[in-house]
Design a protein around this ligand. Sequence first.
Ligand code: NAP
Length: 484
Amino acid sequence: MVSRVIPVEPFDLVIFGGTGDLARRKILPGLYRRFVSGQMPPEARVIGAARSEFDDAGYRNEVRDALVEFIAKDKLDDDRVAAFLDRLHYVAIDATGEAGWSELADLMRENVVRAFYFSVAPSLFGALAERLHMHRIADADSRIVVEKPFGRDLASARQLNQTLAEHFEETQIYRIDHYLGKETVQNLMAVRFGNVLFEPLWNAQYVDHIQITVAETVGVGGRGGYYDKSGAMRDMVQNHLMQLLCLIAMEPPSRFDPDAVRDEKLKVIRALEPVESRDIVRGQYQRGSNSASYLEDVEDEQSRTESFIAMKLHVSNWRWAGTPFYVRTGKRLRARQSEIAVVFKDAPHSIFGEEAGRHRNILTIRLQPNEGMTLGVTIKEPGPGGMRLIDVPLDMTFADALGPDNDDVTDAYERLVMDVIRGNQTLFMRGDEVEAAWAWTDPIIEGWQMRDMRPKPYEPGTAGPEESAMLLHRENRRWRAIRD
Ligand code: NAP
């Protein structure tokens, strides 16, 4: 398969927080993979920036260690690693002080794309933006990349947007939601809008309901302090699950262009109805045979923060009137599994009679493991014995379909970083989208706080609290299995 990758221009990418966890685990390994696949122009440079004192050689050693830790052994090649490390520089800098800024200004080149990845705590964004301008390091063509969490409520997200807007235009700001960088998520748009088959059926008349599941097996681990202040609603639903829901529910944009796509997503968020408390289940994992409980993990016996949430949502517009969207996400569940399932309605009349049973088309979009899509279709069971119906999957696993060279379904981060260099904002959240998502989320969280609601306990290794199953059972539906 000949790949037609849109080339990127030469760039200087500065990673503020270039020594941190995200840079080591995701950003730098992602850049290495792009380098190896020949998608980094020869003049491209990456500049790490943080307070720790390193020279270029010391930083390269650090990054070498990170590559060894986070890249599969068979993908590491000494010569390529050395060539990649040659592109790396380092400046010791303090976001809140004056140290290092003039060195950075001297290092930056003219006539290349300048991008600044803010891989630091959000409390430093304002100081970074201000100093980039004060030292004339950023100009009208520069791009900045910011990470989640983008605020913890509407007020703080607005404040963050205002801080960034003091120094950068919206067209320069790239708010990362790495779910949008996943191959399958983009393929969802290709399947919906590139085929004639699906779009006519993509509405309340033919879709019974939609399920979005993001299940994790891990607990909060070492992130207990951070997680306990956010919980599943802030950490996962307000951003990742909301973005998935938008891509499923949005109207066809007029073009695959950043504002056309983001305008349609924004309309979906604004059409979300407030959720009644009977349509929400919150949970906390209990102690397992060899794992601590949520309360033990966060070292707070009184914590009311949810490690699991399931909700029934309604998108109140013509297309989706009456079609529920069930979303759930949680930690310490049975398996690591993220998927969207579009469950179509039964055929209006069965010519095969009662005994043929009930068969439904389900389009499953798997984000992990094994990214891909499956369409369940009903056929006759082969062989003699009369007309018996069975459901078979029409499977499209991308790694298979794209051939052996694509065994690494490209990691979301590297795709997104290259989109920043290309200046393509389609897969990044716009400021008004983030604010609209918080405007919908805030009253729900405030309601829990006012009523001092305690999450329901659930056993680790299950699909969450019993009450989550009831959310669908009471409407004669059921969650799709979370399988090992
Ligand atoms: P981290 O491991 O704590 O790293 C923070 C980085 O910021 C370090 O490189 C640190 O280096 C640097 N730093 C701290 N204070 C600084 C200052 N005053 N001036 C300049 N540099 C400073 O954090 P992280 O996990 O990489 O997270 C970075 C950002 O990504 C955060 O906004 C986080 O919410 C977000 N994020 C992280 C993950 C993840 O998986 N880690 C996932 C999603 C989002 P020095 O101490 O040497 O200065």
